[in-house]
Structure formats: structure tokens, C-alpha cells
Design a protein around this ligand. Structure first.
Ligand code: IPE
Ligand code: IPE
Ligand code: MG
Length: 248
């Protein structure tokens, strides 16, 4: 039986978050520049987006550029920004065809102007698409996001818009850049690193984590299906005991 057919579509994660890691090492292994690895990482983005939409996943969030990634060599940062603009131009048509909405999370006002303009165009063009939402985490850092939410709540408190009683998890979630998204139930990281790297710290509190040695440019639909099958084999207890889950 094909991997895809082993997936229980009734028990899909509504939201899958992915740390697309390993582009640099993939290129280096072949004696090429790191940038070649980033270029080769575009195809798996397309494949996984398509696979997720075909299955019926509602949200997919891809970690494309972290706040910490600004500290990379200038050449690499510039190349990544250029690649982003080029890929957006090219992929908007595919998003339209597949009825996929594009959104971003992160401190995008730090991106080069041209990148911001292209992003906004793609976001506007796909705003009414309903099959799936593709979220690109760009210039994203979870600590930054959490601080922004805290600042916003403090401000609303000062203005009298919020009171002490409003300091709830629900209110806090509504201040995060992922407000309105279902929480990610599955988080995949490629390239063998087992860390979160400042990605969705609040939102991943109860996510199932899946780590694979595969480097991002080699990540395929089949590997994606394997991650979902693995997820579906897990017991999500949320602090309870196994017997309680069987009762309900
Ligand atoms: C992930 O691949 C892409 C970005 C962080 C932009 P890396 O560039 O981190 O590749 P490695 O981890 O150095 O191999
Ligand atoms: C995390 O990868 C960020 C993205 C994939 C965009 P990094 O390669 O930057 O993470 P660390 O620094 O190795 O943890
Ligand atoms: Mg990396």
C-alpha cells in the first residue's frame, strides 16, 4: 500500500509546522555554495504545500527565515531575499490554481522593500483562497512575537481596553501573529537537529515533534506522509493517563 493511502484523513493534523533545515549542508556535500542549497529548497516547498493541500491539511507554517538568520553573512542574506522575491513571483500562479491563501508571520518590516512589496502582492492576490493557508515565517522569532503580544496587552491595559481579568491564555493567543490559526499539532524539523530554534514556542506547547535526518532539499512527499503516519500512531495525552483517553 502506498504511504499516502496509509494516512487516516479523518485524523489529520489541522496545522503542520516545519523547520526547513539543512540547505547549506546539502550544498556543501556536493562541493557547491550554500546558496545552491537554498535554491534547491524551493521544490520541496512546492511539493509539501501541494501534498498538504491534497490531503486536506488546513494550515501549514514553514520557517523560512529566522530573526537570528539576519546574522548570517551579508551575501547569503541577500541571496535568500532575492530567491524569495523570485520564488514568490513564480509560485503565486500555483497558489491561485490550488486555491491556497498565503500569509506571513514575523517582523516583516525588516525585510528589504522589494521583498515586502512582492509579499504583499502575493498575500493580496491569494486573500480569498479557501482550500488551505500557507504561512511563511519570515524574520520570525518566537521570543520577539511573545514580547510584542505582551507589549500590546500592557498597552491595552493602560488604555483601559483590558482589565486584569482579561489576562487569559485566550486573550494572549489573540495577540500573537498566529491569532485565529489552529495550534500546530505536528512539527517537523529536517537535517537531524533536535531543537526548536525560536520557532512558535507558545504554539508548540503540545505539538508532536518529528525529527528526520533528511536535509530539506531532499525532503519529499513520501517523507511528509511518513511524518503524518508517525503522528497518527502517537497517543496525545495532554497530561491525562491512557485509560482516561480510552473512556472518552
Ligand atoms: C535552512 O537551511 C534555511 C535557512 C535557515 C534559511 P540552513 O541554511 O540552515 O542549512 P544548514 O543548517 O546550514 O545546513
Ligand atoms: C532555523 O534554522 C531557521 C530556519 C529554518 C529558517 P537555523 O539553521 O537557522 O537554526 P540553528 O541556528 O541551527 O538552530
Ligand atoms: Mg540550519
Amino acid at each position: 500500500m502506498e504511504l499516502k493511502e496509509q494516512i487516516d484523513v479523518e485524523n489529520l493534523p489541522k496545522h503542520i509546522a516545519i523547520i526547513m533545515d539543512g540547505n547549506g549542508r546539502w550544498a556543501k556535500k556536493q562541493g557547491k555554495l550554500r546558496v545552491f542549497g537554498h535554491q534547491s529548497g524551493v521544490k520541496p516547498v512546492r511539493d509539501i504545500t501541494e501534498a498538504a493541500a491534497e490531503l486536506g491539511v488546513e494550515f501549514i507554517t514553514l520557517y523560512a527565515f529566522s530573526k537570528e538568520n539576519w546574522n548570517r553573512p551579508r551575501f547569503e542574506v541577500d541571496a535568500l531575499m532575492t530567491l524569495l522575491v523570485k520564488s514568490l513571483n513564480k509560485e503565486v500562479k500555483t497558489l491561485q490554481k490550488n486555491n491556497i491563501r498565503l500569509l506571513t508571520i514575523g517582523d516583516t518590516k525588516n525585510l528589504p522593500n522589494k521583498t515586502q512589496v512582492e509579499l504583499q502582492k502575493a498575500i493580496d492576490a491569494t486573500a480569498n483562497n479557501t482550500r488551505m493557508t500557507l504561512v511563511l515565517a519570515l524574520s520570525y522569532g518566537s521570543r520577539w512575537e511573545i514580547l510584542e503580544a505582551a507589549k500590546s496587552m500592557a498597552h491595552k491595559m493602560k488604555e483601559g481596553i483590558l482589565t486584569d481579568d482579561d489576562f487569559t491564555e485566550t486573550q494572549f493567543e489573540s495577540e500573537l501573529s498566529t491569532a485565529g490559526f489552529p495550534v500546530p499539532e505536528l512539527m517537523i524539523r529536517t537535517s537531524g537537529e533536535s531543537r526548536i530554534s525560536n520557532f512558535l514556542l507558545w504554539q508548540l506547547a503540545y505539538a508532536e515533534l518529528f525529527f528526520t535526518e533528511t536535509l530539506w532539499p531532499d525532503f519529499s512527499k513520501d517523507e511528509f506522509y511518513k511524518a503524518i503516519i508517525n503522528y497518527q500512531g502517537r497517543e496525545r495525552r495532554f497530561g491525562k493517563i491512557s485509560e482516561q483517553l480510552q473512556e472518552s
